[in-house]
Design a binder for this molecule. Structure first.
Ligand SMILES: Cc1cc2nc3c(=O)[nH]c(=O)nc-3n(C[C@H](O)[C@H](O)[C@H](O)COP(=O)(O)OP(=O)(O)OC[C@H]3O[C@@H](n4cnc5c(N)ncnc54)[C@H](O)[C@@H]3O)c2cc1C
Length: 381
């Protein structure tokens, strides 16, 4: 194959597809190359949660900018997306203190504090230990199984060329070498997630990139009412950058460390996202390695099930699926953005926020590469 495009995107996950979308919207000719035969990476393995409000800095800006694009793409590519917001339950006074400080910092448009009664009226959880909660109305969710594959199908039907089962192997200015020949590209975006260490090992080693693997479950439970939105717990408060500098977070972290050393060892993040078919995605735990072990302990699943039973007050959970998700992780950073070769851009999200940030990140990277001005959607807001 030898073809010429304004933009070649390597990697058909949500980050690559977002680049293809923004380039295509600007009237550019676009090709997407992926060594798999379909979208099957981190972009379908996740919670489908655009946890916009819990971000900070550049990630928060990308997340806010990406919000209208997710909704626009859901309409165009016909996949389920919901402006459901996020609830967070506080089951200890120190967790509620974090929520109060977050509400004070961000204001009512972003964070609505809920007392115990209000939270219990909204969520089908057991009343044990509940102190209160918060609602983050700006957050979105999509069904991760269908969203990115639907975007790929829609782009393919709209004139973007997809080269599946085709591996990119090396890059020179204007040329992408692949396992099926060369593609000529005005600009190339390399959006291969953690596999960036196989194409540009020097950047991966410099930034300490690893593969982070997670225990995940899809299950149904006999709840008294449907879960109306993604649900965070106290474990979320020690995970997202938006909470990081709040004074009460240190108390939560110290208590969790003292009371649940085994869970801290698993790097537990107890969260839930309801799906359109009534099932709930549950997770997760975290193990960071350069090459992932294929062997996944049962401990992580047991903890997820025990904690879900206790939180929702149920004695039965029917597990439909278990899987090991993998995302890219680097200590102390959220993005790896480099231009190793003239007009070749690496765009990697280096923590578990690619669903939240990809749409805004891709728009910024298209603009930074000199491929157009502000997207029409963003300009009218
Ligand atoms: C369990 C789990 C839960 C998560 N939950 C959330 C969440 O709730 N919210 C959120 O915002 N984020 C979440 N994330 C993170 C999010 O899923 C990722 O950040 C995001 O999907 C990364 O997208 P990507 O396109 O970079 O990677 P991927 O989807 O992994 O796509 C990379 C693609 O590159 C291809 N590729 C690799 N090398 C080559 C090559 N040489 N040539 C051609 N193709 C190549 C691969 O085949 C793959 O299709 C979660 C991740 C996991 C695993």
């Amino acid at each position: 194959m030898t073809s010429t495009y304004d933009v070649v995107v390597v990697g058909a996950g949500v980050v690559g597809l977002a680049h293809a979308y923004h380039a295509h919207q600007r009237g550019l000719t676009v090709a997407v190359v992926d060594h798999a035969d379909r979208v099957a990476g981190a972009s379908v393995q996740n919670f489908g949660h655009a946890c916009i409000t819990a971000q900070s800095g550049a990630a928060l800006q990308y997340a806010i900018d990406g919000h209208p694009h997710w909704l626009e793409l859901a309409r165009k590519a016909d996949f389920w997306a919901a402006e459901s917001g996020t609830h967070c339950v506080a089951r200890h006074e120190d967790e509620f203190a974090v929520l109060e400080q977050f509400a004070e910092l961000r204001g009512e448009e972003q964070v609505q504090l809920l007392d115990r009664t209000e939270l219990l009226n909204r969520l089908p959880i057991a009343d044990t230990d509940v102190v209160g909660g918060m609602y983050l109305p700006l957050d979105l969710q999509v069904d991760p199984r269908t969203a990115a594959p639907a975007i790929a199908r829609w782009l393919e039907g709209s004139g973007v060329d997809f080269y599946w089962r085709t591996a990119a192997t090396s890059f020179t200015p204007g040329v992408v070498r692949t396992s099926r020949g060369e593609l000529h590209a005005g600009t190339t975006f390399v959006t291969v997630n953690h596999d960036i260490d196989r194409l540009f090992p020097e950047y991966a080693e410099r930034d300490g990139l690893t593969r982070c693997r997670l225990h995940m479950l899809r299950a149904t439970m006999p709840l008294r009412a449907p879960l109306p939105s993604p649900l965070f717990t106290g474990w979320s408060l020690v995970r997202y950058s938006g909470f990081e500098n709040l004074p009460a977070v240190a108390d939560v972290a110290a208590r969790l460390q003292a009371d649940y050393p085994g869970y801290v060892e698993l790097d537990l993040h107890q969260m839930y996202t309801p799906q359109p078919d009534g099932s709930i995605l549950m997770g997760d735990t975290h193990v960071r390695e350069i090459t992932t072990s294929p062997f996944q302990s049962e401990d992580g699943f047991e903890v997820l099930l025990t904690e879900a039973k206790s939180l929702f007050g149920v004695d039965r959970i029917d597990v439909a699926e278990r899987w090991q998700g993998t995302y890219c992780s680097a200590p102390g950073s959220e993005f790896l953005l480099e231009q190793p070769v003239d007009r070749v851009h690496i765009v990697t999200v280096t923590t578990g926020i690619g669903m939240t940030t990809s749409m805004g990140l891709a728009e910024a990277s298209i603009i930074d590469a000199g491929l157009g001005d502000t997207h029409p959607l963003t300009a009218t807001r």
